[in-house]
Design a protein around this ligand. Sequence first.
Ligand SMILES: [Zn+2]
Length: 266
Amino acid sequence: MIQFHVYPQGKRRAVTFGYDDGHQNDERLIALFRKYGMKGTFFLNGGNYLHCTDEEAEALRGLYKGQEVACHTLLHGWCARMPMQSVVTEVFEDRKILEAIFKTPVTGLSYPSGSYNEEVLRAVRACGILYSRTTCSAGRCVLPDDFLAWHPACHHANALPVCEKFLQGIDSEWEQPLLYIWGHSHEFREERDWEKIEEILRMLSGNEKIWYATNLEIYNYTEAQKRLQISADERMFYNPSAIPVWVEKNKQTVLEILPGQTLTLE
Ligand SMILES: [Zn+2]
């Protein structure tokens, strides 16, 4: 039996963050992420960067360096209340603006105000979006069944008990593979708000059992696991992806399969 529930270096837990709207407070939050070794994804509205100069673009690249930037639509409308042609424009134009600034493909999305339905989901997929986060806190530390309706575990305002439970169960074999905390940095209005988020980051930091990753890194890793080609007797493993992948065999052995490698067990 092969199971996927191992991350890079055989770790069993991952932590990620998602912050929407692109506010000036992102700078202070990212400084805290760097201090505590955290990674997150920042969902930006391209409509705020329509007339971005080269100097401003360079400053934005510096600000978000080491984190992921993703879409939050052009003008922050309710996708479920739009004609699908507007959804396409909102997502595709946002991608183009952010890709011109950040000089990398931008393939993540969070639905503004969490507004989506099945038709929106199909439209954003057609726009090249690989994953999209909702605002529906699941209260559970799970990987999404559908990456285009990715429910986070909790909002940062309610994160403390979820973090405590996640850390208490870190050695449990029961599934709680991913702690996803979301919010808006403009919600940090007073010093005590900053103290609260810093306490959470301090709690979660520096744990060798945790993989700290952006949303896209988690998507890419789990997709690479699914692309593994495994022989019927589960002794040969071909990894066609460009990143190493880990799996667990018979609840005992953790295997690392390097990019392009066929691993053969004796
Ligand atoms: Zn928003």
